[in-house]
Write a protein that binds this ligand. Structure first.
Ligand SMILES: Cc1cc2nc3c(=O)[nH]c(=O)nc-3n(C[C@H](O)[C@H](O)[C@H](O)COP(=O)(O)O)c2cc1C
Length: 198
């Protein structure tokens, strides 16, 4: 459901049901839905009430495509001579021209900041989690795309896309309507490992 209002899940239900979605329909993400997601993001707790977060909203297919290509090229370079099997697997995926790191999602929302400071990243991740849960609550799919961080923070890419040079991307998140057949169940978790409970 691509709607800007009428969340259908409680917070607890959204926490329990949220999962990474990696197949999307081409349905554009409506500006109202984007605004609802941003409004949820900025309700996150923030150290010393600094609200350091800034957002990039990218819905343009050509821009998403360019960013995806840049990210793959950056990561393929970094993955050469990869030390771990996982990096080697990713390196192969990046070499595949068909592999879309954004999974065909109609929108990428990037949480980041123009500020530096000890808690800036924490604030951005808290905002990101609010956004992810809000998306789930609205019936939208989402996925954090850590693979896009390096490209988003690359000076040439910033200049080409009009991203302010001082912006530091922290949490890129794709959002959209899950395609039929997309994973619809939450993934498993280990039980909480409590080291101290007095
Ligand atoms: C910091 C971070 C970076 C991530 N980067 C990617 C990514 O680049 N591509 C991707 O498909 N999933 C990415 N994910 C999603 C994780 O793979 C996913 O959250 C994890 O497998 C657990 O699955 P779940 O979200 O469905 O519970 C990322 C998640 C986090 C927290």
């Amino acid at each position: 459901m691509n709607t800007a209002s009428a969340p259908t899940l409680s917070v607890l239900d959204a926490i329990r049901q949220r999962h990474a979605v990696r197949t999307y329909t081409a349905t554009p993400l409506a500006p109202g839905a984007v605004q609802t997601l941003l409004d949820a993001a900025i309700r996150a707790p923030t150290a010393m009430h600094e609200e350091p977060w800034e957002f990039l909203v990218i819905r343009d297919k050509d821009v998403l495509s360019l960013l995806g290509q840049r990210a793959k090229a950056t990561l393929a370079r970094a993955g050469r001579g990869a030390a771990t099997p996982e990096m080697a697997r990713l390196h192969d995926a990046f070499a595949d021209p068909q592999f879309d790191i954004f999974y065909g999602a109609p929108a990428l929302i990037v949480v980041g900041s123009l500020q530096t400071g000890g808690f800036v990243e924490a604030d951005c991740w808290l905002a990101a989690e609010n956004l992810l849960l809000c998306a789930c609550s609205l019936g939208l799919g989402s996925c954090v795309i850590g693979l896009a961080v390096a490209a988003l923070n690359d000076a040439r890419t910033k200049a080409d896309l009009g991203i302010p040079a001082g912006f530091h991307a922290v949490a890129p998140i794709v959002v959209g309507v899950p395609a039929p057949g997309a994973a619809s169940a939450p993934t498993a978790r280990k039980p909480p490992h409590v080291l101290l409970w007095k």
